[in-house]
Ligand binder design. Structure first.
Ligand code: PNS
Length: 167
């Protein structure tokens, strides 16, 4: 291989509804491994989101503002097509517990069928976030629980606003 790994482009795709510290751990690591990282917020991931795509992008942009080689965008359609448009060599996903494994492997396999030249790279999140998910954060926040340690500040503020509470 003649190119330096620092020139390679990766995509971190997801619903990011909302982005969590678990996602951020994976994105930070990806930003050290690749020259440029696109955090790709899916407009439609088949789930009914709590936040609009514009809100999810805004929160992720705020959270990633100190990562100079990270760009946050939304995308529609197949992730492999978006990856091709960006010239990416890899999709980077966090793999938490065994519960993630089957769905992530299904997606990795399908994406490999669709785009054999594109790699799926799984990164292991910090153990502090091994069981953290956006769904759990929303559930706890909706019941009035404290979630500030699990999400970036921009997300915490929006969750507070959504729940009609002041900081
Ligand atoms: O955060 P999530 O919900 O695990 O992210 C899932 C996501 C958005 C990465 C996945 O649904 C996706 O890639 N959607 C785009 C459409 C697509 O390419 N579907 C086929 C995936 S095999």
């Amino acid at each position: 291989m003649t190119t330096s790994k620092t020139e390679h482009i990766a995509i971190c795709p997801g619903s990011f509804d909302p982005i969590t510290e678990g996602h951020m751990d994976v994105i930070r690591r990806a930003s050290r491994m690749f020259g440029r990282v696109f955090v790709a917020v899916a407009e439609d991931s088949g789930k009914v989101p709590m936040f609009s795509v514009a809100e999810r992008v805004a929160m992720a942009r705020e959270a990633c503002r100190d990562l100079s080689n990270v760009v946050v965008e939304s995308f529609d359609g197949l992730v492999v097509e978006y990856a091709k448009q960006q010239g990416a060599v890899a999709l980077v996903k966090g793999l938490r517990a065994v519960s993630d494994f089957e769905r992530e492997m299904q997606m990795a396999w399908m994406n490999r069928q669709l785009a054999p030249e594109l790699y799926t790279v799984f990164l292991v999140p910090h153990p502090d976030y091994a069981f953290l998910s956006s769904s759990l954060v929303k559930e706890v926040a909706m019941q009035g629980g404290e979630v500030s340690q699990f999400v970036p500040d921009a997300v915490h503020k929006r969750l507070q606003d959504r729940m009609g509470r002041s900081q």
